[in-house]
Design a protein around this ligand. Structure first.
Ligand SMILES: *[C@@H]1O[C@H](CO)[C@@H](O)[C@H](O)[C@H]1NC(C)=O
Ligand SMILES: *[C@@H]1O[C@H](CO)[C@@H](O)[C@H](O)[C@H]1NC(C)=O
Ligand SMILES: *[C@@H]1O[C@H](CO)[C@@H](O)[C@H](O)[C@H]1NC(C)=O
Ligand SMILES: *[C@@H]1O[C@H](CO)[C@@H](O)[C@H](O)[C@H]1NC(C)=O
Ligand SMILES: *[C@@H]1O[C@H](CO)[C@@H](O)[C@H](O)[C@H]1NC(C)=O
Length: 355
Protein backbone atom coordinates (compact mmCIF):
# COMPACT_ATOMS: atom_id res chain seq x y z
CA UNK A 1 0.00 0.00 0.00
CA UNK A 2 0.98 3.60 -0.46
CA UNK A 3 -0.54 4.90 2.74
CA UNK A 4 1.53 6.19 5.59
CA UNK A 5 0.10 5.14 8.92
CA UNK A 6 0.56 8.66 10.27
CA UNK A 7 -1.97 9.78 7.66
CA UNK A 8 -4.68 7.58 9.12
CA UNK A 9 -6.99 10.45 9.98
CA UNK A 10 -6.33 12.66 6.97
CA UNK A 11 -9.24 13.55 4.65
CA UNK A 12 -7.54 11.54 1.93
CA UNK A 13 -7.71 8.36 3.95
CA UNK A 14 -11.38 8.90 4.61
CA UNK A 15 -11.99 9.37 0.88
CA UNK A 16 -10.28 6.07 0.10
CA UNK A 17 -12.24 4.33 2.78
CA UNK A 18 -15.54 5.69 1.52
CA UNK A 19 -14.91 5.06 -2.15
CA UNK A 20 -13.05 1.82 -1.70
CA UNK A 21 -11.78 2.25 -5.26
CA UNK A 22 -8.13 1.43 -4.93
CA UNK A 23 -7.92 -2.32 -5.13
CA UNK A 24 -4.36 -3.57 -4.66
CA UNK A 25 -4.39 -5.67 -7.82
CA UNK A 26 -4.95 -2.49 -9.85
CA UNK A 27 -2.33 -0.48 -8.05
CA UNK A 28 0.69 0.72 -9.95
CA UNK A 29 3.79 -0.14 -7.97
CA UNK A 30 6.20 2.74 -8.44
CA UNK A 31 9.89 2.73 -7.62
CA UNK A 32 11.24 5.99 -6.28
CA UNK A 33 14.11 7.17 -8.44
CA UNK A 34 14.89 10.57 -6.92
CA UNK A 35 13.67 12.73 -4.08
CA UNK A 36 14.34 16.41 -3.62
CA UNK A 37 13.47 18.91 -0.98
CA UNK A 38 15.29 21.70 -2.76
CA UNK A 39 16.38 22.12 -6.37
CA UNK A 40 19.52 23.45 -7.94
CA UNK A 41 20.66 24.02 -11.50
CA UNK A 42 23.91 23.18 -13.21
CA UNK A 43 24.94 26.81 -13.55
CA UNK A 44 26.89 28.18 -16.52
CA UNK A 45 30.58 27.65 -16.09
CA UNK A 46 33.62 29.71 -17.03
CA UNK A 47 33.59 33.39 -17.71
CA UNK A 48 29.89 33.76 -18.43
CA UNK A 49 29.11 36.96 -16.54
CA UNK A 50 25.36 36.39 -16.70
CA UNK A 51 25.81 33.57 -14.19
CA UNK A 52 25.60 35.69 -11.05
CA UNK A 53 22.48 37.44 -12.24
CA UNK A 54 20.72 34.18 -13.16
CA UNK A 55 21.63 32.55 -9.87
CA UNK A 56 20.48 35.52 -7.82
CA UNK A 57 17.01 35.45 -9.33
CA UNK A 58 16.55 31.75 -8.68
CA UNK A 59 14.35 30.69 -5.78
CA UNK A 60 14.81 26.94 -5.20
CA UNK A 61 11.50 26.84 -3.32
CA UNK A 62 9.45 27.65 -6.42
CA UNK A 63 10.14 24.88 -8.89
CA UNK A 64 7.03 23.17 -10.21
CA UNK A 65 7.19 20.47 -12.90
CA UNK A 66 4.40 20.94 -15.46
CA UNK A 67 5.01 18.62 -18.42
CA UNK A 68 7.37 15.71 -18.99
CA UNK A 69 8.87 13.69 -21.85
CA UNK A 70 11.29 10.76 -21.78
CA UNK A 71 13.71 9.58 -24.43
CA UNK A 72 16.62 7.17 -24.11
CA UNK A 73 18.48 7.88 -20.90
CA UNK A 74 17.02 11.35 -20.41
CA UNK A 75 13.93 12.78 -18.85
CA UNK A 76 12.78 16.28 -19.82
CA UNK A 77 10.66 18.57 -17.67
CA UNK A 78 9.05 21.94 -18.25
CA UNK A 79 8.93 24.04 -15.10
CA UNK A 80 6.91 26.95 -13.67
CA UNK A 81 7.67 29.81 -12.96
CA UNK A 82 10.08 32.66 -12.37
CA UNK A 83 13.06 30.37 -12.86
CA UNK A 84 16.06 30.82 -15.16
CA UNK A 85 15.32 27.89 -17.50
CA UNK A 86 11.81 26.49 -18.00
CA UNK A 87 13.07 23.38 -19.83
CA UNK A 88 15.53 21.02 -18.13
CA UNK A 89 16.69 17.43 -18.33
CA UNK A 90 17.76 14.74 -15.86
CA UNK A 91 19.29 11.29 -16.33
CA UNK A 92 16.72 8.45 -16.00
CA UNK A 93 18.96 6.60 -13.58
CA UNK A 94 20.91 7.86 -10.64
CA UNK A 95 21.23 7.61 -6.91
CA UNK A 96 18.54 8.42 -4.40
CA UNK A 97 21.09 9.93 -2.03
CA UNK A 98 22.21 12.60 -4.49
CA UNK A 99 19.32 13.84 -6.61
CA UNK A 100 20.61 15.41 -9.82
CA UNK A 101 20.91 19.10 -10.49
CA UNK A 102 18.68 20.42 -13.23
CA UNK A 103 20.47 20.83 -16.56
CA UNK A 104 19.00 23.47 -18.91
CA UNK A 105 17.94 21.99 -22.25
CA UNK A 106 19.59 22.22 -24.66
CA UNK A 107 21.90 24.84 -23.05
CA UNK A 108 21.88 28.13 -21.14
CA UNK A 109 22.31 29.88 -24.51
CA UNK A 110 18.74 28.98 -25.45
CA UNK A 111 17.30 30.40 -22.20
CA UNK A 112 17.75 34.16 -22.27
CA UNK A 113 15.00 36.33 -20.90
CA UNK A 114 13.32 38.51 -23.56
CA UNK A 115 15.59 37.21 -26.31
CA UNK A 116 12.98 35.92 -28.77
CA UNK A 117 15.52 33.61 -30.44
CA UNK A 118 15.50 31.55 -27.23
CA UNK A 119 12.90 29.55 -25.27
CA UNK A 120 10.83 31.88 -23.08
CA UNK A 121 8.27 29.70 -21.33
CA UNK A 122 8.24 25.97 -22.13
CA UNK A 123 4.87 24.26 -21.62
CA UNK A 124 3.81 20.97 -23.26
CA UNK A 125 6.56 18.50 -24.30
CA UNK A 126 6.65 15.34 -26.41
CA UNK A 127 9.48 13.04 -27.38
CA UNK A 128 8.79 11.04 -30.55
CA UNK A 129 10.17 7.62 -31.47
CA UNK A 130 12.68 9.17 -33.91
CA UNK A 131 14.31 11.08 -31.08
CA UNK A 132 12.78 14.48 -31.65
CA UNK A 133 11.81 16.60 -28.69
CA UNK A 134 8.82 18.85 -29.42
CA UNK A 135 8.48 21.85 -27.12
CA UNK A 136 5.56 24.28 -26.99
CA UNK A 137 6.79 27.75 -25.94
CA UNK A 138 4.15 30.18 -24.57
CA UNK A 139 6.53 33.07 -25.34
CA UNK A 140 6.67 36.23 -23.22
CA UNK A 141 5.24 39.73 -23.32
CA UNK A 142 7.75 40.53 -26.12
CA UNK A 143 8.09 37.15 -27.84
CA UNK A 144 5.32 35.25 -29.57
CA UNK A 145 4.49 31.59 -29.13
CA UNK A 146 6.61 28.97 -30.94
CA UNK A 147 6.97 25.27 -31.49
CA UNK A 148 10.55 24.05 -31.15
CA UNK A 149 11.74 20.67 -32.46
CA UNK A 150 15.12 19.38 -31.23
CA UNK A 151 17.06 16.42 -32.59
CA UNK A 152 18.10 14.41 -29.54
CA UNK A 153 20.15 11.96 -31.63
CA UNK A 154 22.18 14.74 -33.20
CA UNK A 155 23.69 16.71 -30.33
CA UNK A 156 20.35 18.25 -29.42
CA UNK A 157 20.49 20.54 -32.43
CA UNK A 158 17.47 22.70 -33.21
CA UNK A 159 15.77 21.08 -36.17
CA UNK A 160 12.85 23.48 -36.48
CA UNK A 161 11.50 26.64 -34.85
CA UNK A 162 7.97 27.29 -35.99
CA UNK A 163 6.68 30.78 -35.31
CA UNK A 164 2.89 30.57 -35.31
CA UNK A 165 1.14 33.18 -37.47
CA UNK A 166 -0.95 35.71 -35.54
CA UNK A 167 -4.13 34.18 -36.99
CA UNK A 168 -3.22 30.77 -35.50
CA UNK A 169 -1.89 31.85 -32.09
CA UNK A 170 -2.29 35.47 -31.07
CA UNK A 171 0.96 37.45 -31.05
CA UNK A 172 -0.40 39.55 -28.18
CA UNK A 173 0.69 37.95 -24.91
CA UNK A 174 -2.69 38.31 -23.19
CA UNK A 175 -4.36 36.76 -26.24
CA UNK A 176 -3.07 33.23 -25.75
CA UNK A 177 -2.82 30.58 -23.05
CA UNK A 178 -0.79 27.66 -24.30
CA UNK A 179 -0.78 24.35 -22.49
CA UNK A 180 -0.29 21.06 -24.20
CA UNK A 181 1.09 19.57 -27.42
CA UNK A 182 0.50 15.96 -28.57
CA UNK A 183 1.66 14.13 -31.71
CA UNK A 184 0.12 12.08 -34.49
CA UNK A 185 3.05 10.32 -36.17
CA UNK A 186 2.45 8.53 -39.45
CA UNK A 187 4.68 7.52 -42.38
CA UNK A 188 3.21 10.39 -44.35
CA UNK A 189 3.66 13.31 -41.94
CA UNK A 190 4.05 14.18 -38.26
CA UNK A 191 1.22 16.36 -37.01
CA UNK A 192 1.19 18.19 -33.68
CA UNK A 193 -2.10 19.14 -32.01
CA UNK A 194 -1.98 22.05 -29.61
CA UNK A 195 -4.38 23.53 -27.06
CA UNK A 196 -4.74 27.32 -26.61
CA UNK A 197 -7.19 27.95 -23.81
CA UNK A 198 -7.92 31.48 -25.04
CA UNK A 199 -9.44 30.33 -28.32
CA UNK A 200 -12.15 27.99 -29.52
CA UNK A 201 -10.14 25.82 -31.86
CA UNK A 202 -7.49 23.13 -32.06
CA UNK A 203 -4.13 24.18 -33.53
CA UNK A 204 -2.52 21.75 -35.97
CA UNK A 205 1.11 21.83 -37.14
CA UNK A 206 2.47 19.76 -40.04
CA UNK A 207 6.18 18.96 -39.83
CA UNK A 208 6.33 17.98 -43.50
CA UNK A 209 5.01 21.35 -44.69
CA UNK A 210 6.24 23.44 -41.71
CA UNK A 211 2.79 24.95 -41.57
CA UNK A 212 0.15 25.49 -38.88
CA UNK A 213 -3.60 26.01 -39.05
CA UNK A 214 -6.68 25.92 -36.85
CA UNK A 215 -9.76 23.71 -36.79
CA UNK A 216 -12.74 25.30 -35.06
CA UNK A 217 -14.61 23.77 -32.13
CA UNK A 218 -17.25 26.47 -31.58
CA UNK A 219 -18.11 27.15 -27.95
CA UNK A 220 -15.23 25.06 -26.58
CA UNK A 221 -11.66 25.84 -25.51
CA UNK A 222 -9.19 23.07 -24.77
CA UNK A 223 -6.78 22.57 -21.96
CA UNK A 224 -5.49 18.99 -21.96
CA UNK A 225 -5.06 16.56 -24.83
CA UNK A 226 -4.15 12.91 -25.47
CA UNK A 227 -3.81 10.84 -28.66
CA UNK A 228 -4.75 7.16 -28.97
CA UNK A 229 -2.09 4.74 -30.29
CA UNK A 230 -4.02 2.95 -33.05
CA UNK A 231 -3.01 4.78 -36.22
CA UNK A 232 -5.92 3.46 -38.34
CA UNK A 233 -8.61 4.87 -36.04
CA UNK A 234 -6.61 7.47 -34.18
CA UNK A 235 -8.57 9.79 -31.90
CA UNK A 236 -7.64 13.02 -30.19
CA UNK A 237 -9.08 13.19 -26.65
CA UNK A 238 -9.80 16.66 -25.33
CA UNK A 239 -10.65 18.20 -21.99
CA UNK A 240 -11.78 21.70 -21.09
CA UNK A 241 -10.44 23.42 -18.00
CA UNK A 242 -13.10 23.44 -15.28
CA UNK A 243 -14.96 20.47 -16.62
CA UNK A 244 -15.14 16.77 -16.00
CA UNK A 245 -16.27 15.99 -19.52
CA UNK A 246 -14.01 14.12 -21.90
CA UNK A 247 -14.44 14.59 -25.65
CA UNK A 248 -12.89 12.97 -28.69
CA UNK A 249 -12.48 13.71 -32.38
CA UNK A 250 -11.01 11.63 -35.17
CA UNK A 251 -7.59 13.02 -36.15
CA UNK A 252 -8.61 12.76 -39.82
CA UNK A 253 -11.01 15.67 -39.21
CA UNK A 254 -8.11 17.86 -38.10
CA UNK A 255 -6.58 17.97 -41.58
CA UNK A 256 -9.53 20.17 -42.55
CA UNK A 257 -7.62 23.50 -42.48
CA UNK A 258 -9.79 26.36 -41.31
CA UNK A 259 -12.83 24.07 -41.05
CA UNK A 260 -14.69 22.78 -38.01
CA UNK A 261 -14.46 19.51 -36.13
CA UNK A 262 -17.36 17.67 -34.54
CA UNK A 263 -16.19 16.65 -31.08
CA UNK A 264 -18.15 13.90 -29.29
CA UNK A 265 -18.68 13.51 -25.55
CA UNK A 266 -17.21 10.15 -24.46
CA UNK A 267 -17.51 10.26 -20.69
CA UNK A 268 -17.39 12.20 -17.48
CA UNK A 269 -14.60 11.96 -14.91
CA UNK A 270 -15.38 12.10 -11.20
CA UNK A 271 -12.90 15.01 -10.80
CA UNK A 272 -11.28 17.73 -12.96
CA UNK A 273 -8.34 16.25 -14.89
CA UNK A 274 -5.37 18.42 -15.81
CA UNK A 275 -3.23 15.72 -17.43
CA UNK A 276 -3.97 12.64 -19.56
CA UNK A 277 -1.75 10.13 -21.39
CA UNK A 278 -2.60 6.95 -23.31
CA UNK A 279 -0.18 4.01 -23.35
CA UNK A 280 0.36 1.60 -26.25
CA UNK A 281 -2.21 -0.83 -24.75
CA UNK A 282 -5.00 1.78 -25.15
CA UNK A 283 -5.18 2.66 -21.47
CA UNK A 284 -5.75 6.33 -20.66
CA UNK A 285 -4.22 7.59 -17.39
CA UNK A 286 -5.45 10.82 -15.80
CA UNK A 287 -4.37 13.11 -12.95
CA UNK A 288 -6.72 15.63 -11.34
CA UNK A 289 -6.66 19.17 -10.10
CA UNK A 290 -5.93 19.21 -6.33
CA UNK A 291 -6.38 15.41 -6.06
CA UNK A 292 -3.89 12.83 -4.83
CA UNK A 293 -4.83 9.93 -7.09
CA UNK A 294 -4.48 8.73 -10.67
CA UNK A 295 -7.14 6.81 -12.57
CA UNK A 296 -7.10 4.72 -15.71
CA UNK A 297 -9.64 3.83 -18.36
CA UNK A 298 -9.32 1.27 -21.19
CA UNK A 299 -10.43 3.35 -24.18
CA UNK A 300 -11.52 0.20 -26.08
CA UNK A 301 -14.31 -0.18 -23.54
CA UNK A 302 -17.15 2.12 -22.41
CA UNK A 303 -15.92 4.92 -20.15
CA UNK A 304 -15.17 3.66 -16.65
CA UNK A 305 -12.46 4.98 -14.35
CA UNK A 306 -10.43 2.80 -12.00
CA UNK A 307 -8.15 4.19 -9.32
CA UNK A 308 -4.58 3.04 -9.87
CA UNK A 309 -2.46 5.17 -7.56
CA UNK A 310 -2.80 7.13 -4.33
CA UNK A 311 0.03 9.40 -3.29
CA UNK A 312 -1.05 10.31 0.21
CA UNK A 313 -1.49 13.93 1.19
CA UNK A 314 -0.40 16.37 -1.55
CA UNK A 315 -1.06 20.06 -1.11
CA UNK A 316 -0.59 21.25 -4.66
CA UNK A 317 -2.95 22.23 -7.48
CA UNK A 318 -1.14 20.10 -10.08
CA UNK A 319 0.38 17.42 -7.84
CA UNK A 320 1.68 15.19 -10.65
CA UNK A 321 3.09 15.18 -14.08
CA UNK A 322 3.77 12.02 -16.05
CA UNK A 323 4.83 10.54 -19.38
CA UNK A 324 5.47 7.17 -20.98
CA UNK A 325 8.82 6.32 -22.50
CA UNK A 326 9.18 4.21 -25.64
CA UNK A 327 9.10 1.02 -23.51
CA UNK A 328 5.77 2.05 -21.96
CA UNK A 329 7.36 2.73 -18.59
CA UNK A 330 5.32 5.37 -16.80
CA UNK A 331 7.37 8.15 -15.21
CA UNK A 332 5.73 10.36 -12.62
CA UNK A 333 6.65 13.31 -10.45
CA UNK A 334 4.63 14.00 -7.33
CA UNK A 335 4.76 17.23 -5.36
CA UNK A 336 4.32 16.94 -1.66
CA UNK A 337 4.43 19.97 0.58
CA UNK A 338 6.13 19.17 3.83
CA UNK A 339 5.28 21.85 6.29
CA UNK A 340 8.57 23.02 7.75
CA UNK A 341 6.96 26.05 9.30
CA UNK A 342 3.36 27.08 9.42
CA UNK A 343 3.88 30.00 7.07
CA UNK A 344 6.31 28.58 4.55
CA UNK A 345 5.64 25.13 3.09
CA UNK A 346 8.71 23.58 1.48
CA UNK A 347 8.06 21.84 -1.82
CA UNK A 348 9.16 18.25 -1.81
CA UNK A 349 9.32 16.50 -5.12
CA UNK A 350 9.72 12.88 -5.80
CA UNK A 351 10.32 11.32 -9.15
CA UNK A 352 8.99 7.80 -9.48
CA UNK A 353 8.79 5.27 -12.19
CA UNK A 354 6.77 2.12 -12.70
CA UNK A 355 8.79 -1.06 -13.29
C1 LIG B 1 1.62 -4.31 -6.71
O1 LIG B 1 2.05 -4.91 -5.52
C2 LIG B 1 1.01 -5.64 -4.84
C3 LIG B 1 1.57 -6.07 -3.50
O2 LIG B 1 2.82 -6.66 -3.67
C4 LIG B 1 0.55 -6.79 -5.71
O3 LIG B 1 -0.47 -7.49 -5.07
C5 LIG B 1 0.02 -6.22 -7.02
O4 LIG B 1 -0.34 -7.26 -7.89
C6 LIG B 1 1.07 -5.36 -7.69
N1 LIG B 1 0.45 -4.70 -8.82
C7 LIG B 1 0.97 -4.72 -10.04
C8 LIG B 1 0.19 -3.97 -11.10
O5 LIG B 1 2.02 -5.28 -10.31
C1 LIG C 1 13.91 0.43 -23.49
O1 LIG C 1 14.38 -0.89 -23.52
C2 LIG C 1 15.58 -1.07 -24.26
C3 LIG C 1 15.87 -2.56 -24.35
O2 LIG C 1 15.58 -3.19 -23.12
C4 LIG C 1 16.70 -0.28 -23.59
O3 LIG C 1 17.89 -0.42 -24.30
C5 LIG C 1 16.31 1.19 -23.57
O4 LIG C 1 17.28 1.95 -22.89
C6 LIG C 1 14.96 1.36 -22.88
N1 LIG C 1 14.52 2.74 -23.02
C7 LIG C 1 14.29 3.50 -21.98
C8 LIG C 1 13.79 4.86 -22.30
O5 LIG C 1 14.44 3.12 -20.85
C1 LIG D 1 28.36 16.19 -31.52
O1 LIG D 1 29.32 17.19 -31.18
C2 LIG D 1 30.61 16.66 -30.97
C3 LIG D 1 31.51 17.78 -30.47
O2 LIG D 1 31.19 18.98 -31.09
C4 LIG D 1 31.13 16.03 -32.26
O3 LIG D 1 32.40 15.47 -32.06
C5 LIG D 1 30.18 14.92 -32.69
O4 LIG D 1 30.56 14.39 -33.94
C6 LIG D 1 28.74 15.47 -32.80
N1 LIG D 1 27.83 14.35 -33.03
C7 LIG D 1 26.91 14.37 -33.98
C8 LIG D 1 26.04 13.15 -34.06
O5 LIG D 1 26.78 15.30 -34.73
C1 LIG E 1 0.86 32.10 -21.43
O1 LIG E 1 0.94 33.49 -21.35
C2 LIG E 1 -0.29 34.15 -21.03
C3 LIG E 1 -0.13 35.64 -21.10
O2 LIG E 1 0.44 36.12 -19.92
C4 LIG E 1 -0.71 33.77 -19.64
O3 LIG E 1 -1.93 34.40 -19.31
C5 LIG E 1 -0.89 32.29 -19.62
O4 LIG E 1 -1.19 31.88 -18.30
C6 LIG E 1 0.36 31.58 -20.10
N1 LIG E 1 0.00 30.21 -20.31
C7 LIG E 1 0.22 29.29 -19.40
C8 LIG E 1 -0.29 27.94 -19.73
O5 LIG E 1 0.84 29.53 -18.38
C1 LIG F 1 -9.06 -3.22 -23.19
O1 LIG F 1 -10.30 -3.68 -23.62
C2 LIG F 1 -10.26 -4.56 -24.75
C3 LIG F 1 -11.70 -4.83 -25.18
O2 LIG F 1 -12.45 -5.29 -24.09
C4 LIG F 1 -9.50 -5.82 -24.35
O3 LIG F 1 -9.41 -6.69 -25.47
C5 LIG F 1 -8.09 -5.41 -23.89
O4 LIG F 1 -7.40 -6.56 -23.44
C6 LIG F 1 -8.16 -4.39 -22.79
N1 LIG F 1 -6.83 -3.91 -22.53
C7 LIG F 1 -6.29 -3.89 -21.33
C8 LIG F 1 -4.90 -3.36 -21.22
O5 LIG F 1 -6.88 -4.29 -20.35
Amino acid sequence: MFLKSSNAMSPFYVAIFLNGLLCVANAINFTTVYEWNSFDFIWPSGADNSKGEIEQKFNPDYVYPRYMAVFGQRLFLSLDTGIPATLVWLPTSGTLTAPPKLAPFPSWDLHKKDNCDTIQWAKGLQADTDGRLWVLDNGSSDCSSKLWIFDLANNDTTERVHQFPDAVISHSFGGRRMYEVVLDKSPDDDLAFIADYNSQHIIVYSRKNDKSWTVKTPGRSWFSLAVSPNREARQLYLKRYSSKELYSVSVSELKNEGGSAAVKLVGEFAEFPFKMEIDSANVLYAAFYRKTHLTKWNISEPFREQHVYEAGYLDSNWPFTFAFDSNDTLWLTSAQDIIVSSIHPQPFLRLNHKE
